[in-house]
Design a protein around this ligand. Sequence first.
Ligand code: PAF
Length: 280
Amino acid sequence: MEIFVTASALKQHLATLQQQHKKIGFVPTMGALHDGHISLIQAAKAATDVVVCSIFVNPTQFNDPKDLEKYPRPIEHDKALLTAANCDILFLPEVNVMYPENDPHWEIDLGNLDQIWEGEHRPGHFQGVTQIVYKLFQLVNPDIAFFGQKDFQQVMVIQRMIAEKALSVKLHIVPTLRDAHGLALSSRNARLSPTGIEKAYAISKALRHIQHYSREKDVNTLIAEATALLHDVDGLELEYLAICETTTLEISTNIDPNKDYVVLVAAWLEGVRLIDNMLL
Ligand code: PAF
């Protein structure tokens, strides 16, 4: 695996590959890699000729400085995982590479997506995500970019940015990887104690409850029952749990068999904010 730390060296190397008509796959990450990220690398390997992974803990998407500070950065372990997964290129920039002095102010119209769910609870988060993903797309110029379904709203936001900026990159969404108990793999799980991990199983259990009974029970009952499952867990604080239309993420009060829905959840455990979702 070749490692680049400057934008110019990466661009130059990729330009040569692009001249050879190689299809470039891109997996942007913030590191602390787990099998979920590796499934993105594998999907990229299967669909493209050259796989570029970036590891950059992007400061502009953290609305809480403590969260940024505590974000895990096990870089040697990450490199070993990427090498084992046959990733071709790792881009590992410092903050000043991605945010040079006099970097222009970034603002993009994300419509309602900026105001609801993650947008509401993490002000500025999606502006920061789109800012860095746009910069990375400009550098890597990928044919296909790979994102996890785990960050469902993020995927919608990136889709919107691609449309707004008229970019040619295609998105490939990879299903969420879960452990044997259904817990969605996430870099944040590393900050939970073993007891916290066990408690976190309730999150996917609540989602599965809604998925299982979605044709039998009404929305209010489904939400009340799933909320009760989460309230039973000592120390778990639910931020939101909602059934939404997949196209708008607007909350739904009834389930129309002709539409597609996703259940979105965010909860705090041991000072760690966890999100998950499940398609109905
Ligand atoms: O999903 C993430 O890890 C980050 O939001 C991303 C897309 C790498 C941008 O920093």
